[in-house]
Design a protein around this ligand. Sequence first.
Ligand SMILES: [Zn+2]
Length: 231
Amino acid sequence: MGSLVSTLISLAAAGTMMLSAPLNQAAPQHDVDGTLFLVNRQWRVHQYYVPEHMRQAEVTGQIRTMREEAAAALEAMYDACKKEAKVTLTSVSGYRSYTKQNNIYQNKLNSVGSKAKADEYVARPGASEHQLGMAMDVGQKDKVNLSASFGSTKGGKWVRENCWRFGFILRYDEGWEDVTGYNFEPWHVRYVGLEAAEALHENPMPFETYLLGLREERLYAMIQGASAGEE
Ligand SMILES: [Zn+2]
Protein backbone atom coordinates (compact mmCIF):
# COMPACT_ATOMS: atom_id res chain seq x y z
CA MET A 1 0.00 0.00 0.00
CA GLY A 2 2.82 2.38 0.91
CA SER A 3 4.36 2.03 -2.52
CA LEU A 4 1.05 2.76 -4.23
CA VAL A 5 0.62 5.93 -2.23
CA SER A 6 4.14 7.15 -2.99
CA THR A 7 3.76 6.21 -6.68
CA LEU A 8 0.51 8.13 -6.90
CA ILE A 9 2.00 11.14 -5.13
CA SER A 10 4.96 11.31 -7.49
CA LEU A 11 2.75 10.79 -10.55
CA ALA A 12 0.37 13.50 -9.36
CA ALA A 13 3.26 15.90 -8.77
CA ALA A 14 4.65 15.21 -12.23
CA GLY A 15 1.17 15.54 -13.72
CA THR A 16 0.46 18.85 -12.01
CA MET A 17 3.73 20.21 -13.32
CA MET A 18 3.01 19.06 -16.85
CA LEU A 19 -0.60 20.15 -16.97
CA SER A 20 -0.29 23.51 -15.28
CA ALA A 21 2.76 24.70 -17.19
CA PRO A 22 2.16 26.83 -20.29
CA LEU A 23 2.32 25.03 -23.62
CA ASN A 24 5.74 26.30 -24.52
CA GLN A 25 7.21 24.90 -21.31
CA ALA A 26 5.19 21.73 -21.00
CA ALA A 27 5.43 20.30 -24.46
CA PRO A 28 7.33 17.03 -24.46
CA GLN A 29 10.63 16.79 -26.22
CA HIS A 30 11.41 13.16 -25.62
CA ASP A 31 11.51 10.61 -28.40
CA VAL A 32 14.45 12.26 -30.18
CA ASP A 33 14.64 9.59 -32.87
CA GLY A 34 10.89 9.08 -33.10
CA THR A 35 8.43 10.75 -35.41
CA LEU A 36 6.78 12.81 -32.66
CA PHE A 37 9.83 14.83 -31.70
CA LEU A 38 8.93 18.48 -31.15
CA VAL A 39 11.00 21.39 -32.37
CA ASN A 40 9.85 25.00 -32.26
CA ARG A 41 11.09 28.40 -31.11
CA GLN A 42 11.10 27.35 -27.46
CA TRP A 43 12.14 23.73 -27.89
CA ARG A 44 15.32 23.65 -29.87
CA VAL A 45 17.26 20.71 -31.09
CA HIS A 46 20.92 20.34 -30.16
CA GLN A 47 23.46 21.80 -32.58
CA TYR A 48 25.12 18.42 -33.01
CA TYR A 49 21.89 16.53 -33.69
CA VAL A 50 22.00 14.84 -37.09
CA PRO A 51 19.24 12.33 -37.90
CA GLU A 52 20.26 8.81 -38.81
CA HIS A 53 19.08 6.93 -41.90
CA MET A 54 18.63 9.82 -44.28
CA ARG A 55 18.41 9.57 -48.05
CA GLN A 56 17.43 11.64 -51.06
CA ALA A 57 13.73 11.53 -51.86
CA GLU A 58 13.22 10.52 -55.48
CA VAL A 59 11.27 13.60 -56.50
CA THR A 60 12.19 16.62 -58.60
CA GLY A 61 13.61 19.68 -56.92
CA GLN A 62 16.40 20.76 -54.61
CA ILE A 63 17.52 19.69 -51.12
CA ARG A 64 15.68 16.39 -51.26
CA THR A 65 17.33 14.78 -48.25
CA MET A 66 15.00 13.44 -45.57
CA ARG A 67 14.86 10.63 -43.09
CA GLU A 68 14.22 7.32 -44.82
CA GLU A 69 10.58 6.89 -43.73
CA ALA A 70 9.76 10.53 -44.48
CA ALA A 71 11.41 10.32 -47.92
CA ALA A 72 9.34 7.22 -48.79
CA ALA A 73 6.15 8.91 -47.61
CA LEU A 74 6.98 12.04 -49.62
CA GLU A 75 7.48 10.01 -52.78
CA ALA A 76 4.13 8.28 -52.29
CA MET A 77 2.43 11.62 -51.66
CA TYR A 78 3.92 13.27 -54.76
CA ASP A 79 2.94 10.25 -56.90
CA ALA A 80 -0.63 10.39 -55.63
CA CYS A 81 -0.86 14.14 -56.26
CA LYS A 82 0.33 13.62 -59.81
CA LYS A 83 -2.32 10.93 -60.38
CA GLU A 84 -5.20 12.57 -58.55
CA ALA A 85 -4.67 16.29 -59.16
CA LYS A 86 -2.39 16.15 -62.24
CA VAL A 87 0.07 18.39 -60.44
CA THR A 88 3.81 17.77 -60.19
CA LEU A 89 5.04 18.80 -56.77
CA THR A 90 8.71 19.60 -56.24
CA SER A 91 10.96 19.78 -53.23
CA VAL A 92 12.28 23.18 -52.20
CA SER A 93 13.95 22.31 -48.94
CA GLY A 94 14.13 19.13 -46.86
CA TYR A 95 16.91 18.45 -44.35
CA ARG A 96 18.95 21.44 -43.21
CA SER A 97 21.83 21.12 -40.78
CA TYR A 98 22.29 23.41 -37.79
CA THR A 99 25.16 25.13 -39.60
CA LYS A 100 23.07 25.69 -42.71
CA GLN A 101 20.21 27.15 -40.64
CA ASN A 102 22.70 29.34 -38.82
CA ASN A 103 23.97 30.69 -42.14
CA ILE A 104 20.43 31.40 -43.34
CA TYR A 105 19.63 33.18 -40.08
CA GLN A 106 22.84 35.26 -40.12
CA ASN A 107 22.23 36.30 -43.72
CA LYS A 108 18.69 37.41 -42.87
CA LEU A 109 19.98 39.22 -39.79
CA ASN A 110 22.55 41.07 -41.90
CA SER A 111 19.95 42.12 -44.46
CA VAL A 112 17.19 43.26 -42.04
CA GLY A 113 19.42 44.61 -39.27
CA SER A 114 17.67 43.34 -36.11
CA LYS A 115 16.95 39.99 -34.48
CA ALA A 116 13.32 40.95 -33.95
CA LYS A 117 12.91 41.45 -37.71
CA ALA A 118 14.96 38.40 -38.67
CA ASP A 119 12.88 36.23 -36.33
CA GLU A 120 9.76 37.10 -38.30
CA TYR A 121 11.14 35.35 -41.36
CA VAL A 122 13.65 32.74 -40.36
CA ALA A 123 13.95 30.20 -37.56
CA ARG A 124 17.02 30.47 -35.40
CA PRO A 125 19.48 27.61 -35.61
CA GLY A 126 18.14 24.66 -33.61
CA ALA A 127 14.57 25.96 -33.84
CA SER A 128 13.87 24.63 -37.33
CA GLU A 129 12.08 21.34 -37.93
CA HIS A 130 14.16 20.96 -41.04
CA GLN A 131 17.06 19.81 -38.85
CA LEU A 132 14.99 16.72 -37.99
CA GLY A 133 14.92 15.52 -41.59
CA MET A 134 11.15 15.16 -41.30
CA ALA A 135 10.02 18.45 -42.80
CA MET A 136 9.67 19.47 -46.43
CA ASP A 137 8.92 22.78 -48.09
CA VAL A 138 6.71 21.71 -50.97
CA GLY A 139 6.79 23.62 -54.23
CA GLN A 140 5.54 23.44 -57.78
CA LYS A 141 7.54 23.61 -60.94
CA ASP A 142 7.77 27.05 -62.58
CA LYS A 143 5.82 28.69 -59.77
CA VAL A 144 6.82 31.16 -57.07
CA ASN A 145 7.63 28.99 -54.09
CA LEU A 146 7.51 29.54 -50.33
CA SER A 147 4.65 31.97 -50.73
CA ALA A 148 1.23 32.03 -49.07
CA SER A 149 -0.29 31.80 -52.56
CA PHE A 150 0.80 28.14 -52.66
CA GLY A 151 -2.20 27.47 -50.42
CA SER A 152 -4.66 28.51 -53.10
CA THR A 153 -3.08 26.55 -55.95
CA LYS A 154 -4.43 23.18 -57.04
CA GLY A 155 -1.37 21.45 -55.64
CA GLY A 156 -1.50 23.40 -52.39
CA LYS A 157 -5.15 22.53 -51.86
CA TRP A 158 -4.48 18.89 -52.62
CA VAL A 159 -1.62 18.80 -50.11
CA ARG A 160 -3.81 20.35 -47.41
CA GLU A 161 -6.56 17.80 -47.94
CA ASN A 162 -4.45 14.72 -48.51
CA CYS A 163 -1.07 14.93 -46.78
CA TRP A 164 -2.41 13.07 -43.71
CA ARG A 165 -2.90 9.92 -45.82
CA PHE A 166 0.90 9.74 -46.07
CA GLY A 167 1.71 10.64 -42.47
CA PHE A 168 2.26 14.38 -42.97
CA ILE A 169 0.68 17.38 -41.31
CA LEU A 170 0.46 21.01 -42.34
CA ARG A 171 2.55 22.20 -39.43
CA TYR A 172 1.87 25.96 -39.47
CA ASP A 173 -1.77 26.48 -40.32
CA GLU A 174 -3.63 29.77 -40.27
CA GLY A 175 -4.80 30.81 -36.81
CA TRP A 176 -2.22 28.73 -34.95
CA GLU A 177 0.52 31.39 -34.90
CA ASP A 178 0.32 31.98 -31.14
CA VAL A 179 0.88 28.30 -30.41
CA THR A 180 3.33 27.30 -33.13
CA GLY A 181 5.26 30.58 -33.10
CA TYR A 182 5.33 30.62 -36.90
CA ASN A 183 3.27 32.39 -39.51
CA PHE A 184 0.97 30.48 -41.87
CA GLU A 185 3.09 28.32 -44.16
CA PRO A 186 0.89 26.28 -46.50
CA TRP A 187 4.01 24.78 -48.10
CA HIS A 188 5.66 23.33 -44.98
CA VAL A 189 4.70 19.74 -44.20
CA ARG A 190 6.04 17.68 -41.32
CA TYR A 191 6.16 13.90 -41.17
CA VAL A 192 4.62 12.59 -37.91
CA GLY A 193 3.62 9.06 -38.98
CA LEU A 194 0.23 7.72 -40.02
CA GLU A 195 -1.39 7.45 -36.60
CA ALA A 196 -0.76 11.03 -35.49
CA ALA A 197 -1.47 12.42 -38.96
CA GLU A 198 -4.84 10.68 -39.08
CA ALA A 199 -5.74 11.85 -35.58
CA LEU A 200 -4.84 15.43 -36.51
CA HIS A 201 -6.83 15.17 -39.73
CA GLU A 202 -9.94 14.12 -37.80
CA ASN A 203 -9.41 16.69 -35.09
CA PRO A 204 -7.22 19.53 -36.37
CA MET A 205 -5.04 21.30 -33.81
CA PRO A 206 -1.43 22.47 -33.56
CA PHE A 207 1.14 19.72 -33.06
CA GLU A 208 2.07 21.28 -29.68
CA THR A 209 -1.51 20.88 -28.44
CA TYR A 210 -1.70 17.33 -29.73
CA LEU A 211 1.50 16.32 -27.93
CA LEU A 212 0.29 17.84 -24.69
CA GLY A 213 -2.93 15.83 -24.95
CA LEU A 214 -0.95 12.70 -25.67
CA ARG A 215 1.13 13.33 -22.59
CA GLU A 216 -2.00 13.66 -20.45
CA GLU A 217 -3.34 10.40 -21.82
CA ARG A 218 -0.09 8.58 -21.07
CA LEU A 219 0.02 9.99 -17.56
CA TYR A 220 -3.56 8.87 -16.97
CA ALA A 221 -2.72 5.39 -18.27
CA MET A 222 0.30 5.27 -15.95
CA ILE A 223 -1.86 6.13 -12.95
CA GLN A 224 -4.45 3.55 -13.95
CA GLY A 225 -1.71 0.98 -14.42
CA ALA A 226 -0.12 1.78 -11.05
CA SER A 227 -3.38 1.44 -9.11
CA ALA A 228 -4.46 -1.69 -11.02
CA GLY A 229 -1.10 -3.29 -10.21
CA GLU A 230 -1.65 -2.90 -6.47
CA GLU A 231 -5.01 -4.66 -6.27
ZN1 LIG B 1 9.84 24.70 -43.93
